[in-house]
Design a binder for this molecule. Structure first.
Ligand SMILES: *[C@@H]1O[C@H](CO)[C@@H](O)[C@H](O)[C@H]1NC(C)=O
Ligand SMILES: *[C@@H]1O[C@H](CO)[C@@H](O)[C@H](O)[C@H]1NC(C)=O
Ligand SMILES: *[C@@H]1O[C@H](CO)[C@@H](O)[C@H](O)[C@H]1NC(C)=O
Length: 274
């Protein structure tokens, strides 16, 4: 079990600070370092070496509900990586198998979209580069060298990838209905979408953002009301929520089923000290 219960840990702070370039891609928070911050391949050649397999063919397909060439490991779509036509990372996706969605009643109707049904999964997709370019021109090695994992985040908010929401790279540019939460070490300052104390958890937005020193350094999936089975997910205990929200939505204090995943766009979560 991996909770976000604060523990005192000795961390090695790497020297070399706020680099605004997104120089990594790591997923999962856990208090046990060996179960956290898993590096993900940003090149398709590395993905293949690490056992990722294409989930819907080796080419972009204009009739699917996302852009890019999707890879996952062992058929587990909770962590699906999207590559552009030149093999550079372009985004990430979480997919919930339709049978698990039926069993957990998640995602609720009000969350579809951003969840869309594609190939027997409810998928939610975040792009790191302009989704219009992923299947057209892709990135060059020099673009990847310059920008790293990506330039910005675009969340797919509609059935098809021409409907996306651009998420600001600088914290100072973020606006309502995003609501600032608390800063937590190895994560950052959280932003939650359109939360309120009396909201219904069925409407809890499945995406949150993380900023450090005004820079976006990652985001996360926040699937509330579902205890999903993939080992990639975190299952925080509701007791920790006062550490992440200034005002915890009341429904969260009654809910017990949570599946989340922190996605880091930088290589050093330990540098995020708050
Ligand atoms: C593209 O996706 C559609 C819809 O799922 C599928 O029917 C078709 O076979 C795919 N095409 C290729 C070339 O994979
Ligand atoms: C925010 O949530 C409220 C209900 O809590 C809803 O009525 C409203 O439409 C939501 N706004 C946006 C922009 O999603
Ligand atoms: C959630 O699922 C995990 C196993 O996947 C289990 O260990 C845990 O007890 C479950 N939690 C709840 C609240 O059902």
């Amino acid at each position: 079990m991996c909770s976000a219960t604060p523990v005192v840990t000795l961390v090695f702070l790497l020297i070399g600070l706020a680099n605004s370039k997104w120089n990594g891609l790591r997923v999962r928070y856990c208090t046990h370092p060996e179960k956290a911050f898993f590096h993900q391949p940003r090149l398709v050649v590395e993905a293949k070496e690490q056992g990722f397999k294409p989930v819907r063919g080796l080419q972009c397909n204009a009739s699917v509900h996302y852009r890019g060439i999707a890879y996952a490991k062992d058929g587990d779509r909770s962590l699906t990586l999207l590559y552009d036509i030149h093999g550079f990372i372009g985004g990430i996706q979480a997919g919930i198998p339709i049978n698990e969605a039926e069993a957990t009643l998640y995602p609720s109707q009000s969350l579809r979209p951003p969840f869309v049904l594609d190939d027997q999964h409810y998928i939610i997709t975040m792009y790191f580069t302009n989704p219009d370019e992923i299947c057209k021109k892709g990135r060059k090695a020099s673009d990847f060298e310059q920008h790293g994992t990506g330039e910005n985040l675009w969340l797919q908010t509609g059935q098809y990838p021409h409907t996306v929401a651009y998420l600001p790279r600088q914290e100072r540019n973020i606006a309502a209905p995003w609501v600032q939460g608390k800063c937590y070490p190895k994560m950052g300052t959280h932003y939650w979408y359109n939360i309120s104390t009396d909201m219904s958890c069925e409407n809890f937005y499945p995406v949150f953002l993380m900023y450090n020193n005004d820079e976006m350094t990652g985001f996360g999936w926040s699937f509330v009301t579902a205890n999903l089975t993939s080992a990639n997910y975190e299952h925080p205990d509701r007791a920790v929520f006062p550490l992440f929200f200034h005002e915890v939505p009341e429904c969260l204090t009654r809910e017990t089923k949570f599946s989340a995943m922190h996605v880091y766009l930088t290589n050093n979560p330990y540098a995020h000290t708050c």
